[in-house]
Each structure stands twice: as structure tokens, then as C-alpha cells.
Design a protein around this ligand. Sequence first.
Ligand SMILES: [Zn+2]
Length: 260
Amino acid sequence: MGRERTGRQPQMPLASSGRGKGPTWLLVLVTFSLAAAAPAIQQSDVVYEEESWSLPPELEPHLMWYLYRKLAFLRSPLPGARVPRSPAHLPGAPRPYRQGIHQGIDFVTGDCGVPVTVSTPVRAAADGLVIRADHDYQEMSPAERQQILSRILAGDRDPQLLDRLHGRQVWLLHRGDVLTRYSHLSRIPEDVVPYTRVRAGQLVGYAGNSGTSYGTLGSDLGVHLHWEIFVRGRPFWWGLRQESMKALLQFILEGDAGGQ
Ligand SMILES: [Zn+2]
């Protein structure tokens, strides 16, 4: 077994080829299909990417269609919330304090159409299996958090370090190897336990600021829900330009009756 640290992603061959159109987009599908052969997602397999790349624009519709079909069953973890408008709250935004990029979607008061406080319920985005629920989370001290940041800035790529910055978390595994991750929670209901099932819309936690600088100070500031979606162990937005990723999210989360 052992931990599979995938490290940096290999360059996708199509990123540089750009010759024939047909075969090239087929390569995208083949690559994703190969990824499908991987075993079920495990916590240690989740890849954290610091770099990003984009598909050539003419290929994006194929990836968008693939992702739409994979993710259309998800609903917003905060009912009534819209996709954040600020690019800073979306994947790909720079995070200079740790020399990386933002991996998730930040639902925060003022940018997602609903208030987000420590009493805001966070709901399962779909039916799924709980694979992580940090009931025994202990908040870091400001000094501990600073130490973690220093190690990351010094080039330490241990995923556990980034994981600590996510605070109290719940992870849900859904059909089709889709995983959703809910970070910085303030509380988790007792019945949300690893290897039990949850239904779409079930309460899985409350928004919070655990793992953030405010959280370590015991402050109520900075409360938000950081939400991530993985498809077969990889961030769903990998390869998409930010405009396309945002459009995809809006289509999924605001497309029909749910969105406001
Ligand atoms: Zn975030």
C-alpha cells in the first residue's frame, strides 16, 4: 500500500500537440478514462496541485460536457446560495501566503447571496458515503499555524500540512468517484460518522473558520464554507479556464429550480 504521492501532474500530451483536432480531444477522453481505472479515492491519494494549465479553448467544450455529466447531480451545500462572484473565492485564485492557488469554492457573506455564519447549516451536496468527519478536531494555536505556513513556504509539499489549514472537515464520496469536501466547519452533527450514508441535503456541519488565522485566535471573523469537488481524485476544475469553471458551476448549482 503506502501513500501514493502523485506529486506534480505529468504534462498532458495534448497540451503541446495541437495537430489534428479529432484525435486530440479523443486523447482527453482516453486520459480521463484511464484515470477511471484507478481504485476508489482515498484520502491520501487526493492531489494538491499548485500549478495549473488550460486546455486549448477548442477542446474545452468536450471536457465541459464530460464534467457536466459527471457533476450534474450535485446541489449547493448552502441551499439558496449562488456561485460566488469574486474570482478570489473560486478555484485558481492565488494564495500568496502559502505560495499556492485556491483549490475550492468559498461561500462567504456578501458574495454568494446568503449570509454565512457559524449557525449556517452545511448540507450534503448529494447522496453519499461519509469517509471523513473530524469530530475530534483540535484547533491549532496561532504559532502552530504559522509554523505550518513556514514549512509550506519553504517548499515542504507534505499534503498533511495543507490539510491542517482546512480545519474541521467532512468528506463525502458520491457515485461516479465524485468526492465533496467541506472545510473550516465549526461543528459536525453526531450522526455524521465515517462509513455511514448521508442523503442529499442532509445536515453535515455548520460553517465556521476552523483552521484559518481567525479560527486560531478564537475570533468569529472570517466564517465561510470552503467547498471542494474532486472527480476521480483530481480537482474538478483541472484544465478548465476560470470562466469555463465558473460557467460549469453556475450551470450545475444554479441551473434549475435550486438557483436563485
Ligand atoms: Zn477557501
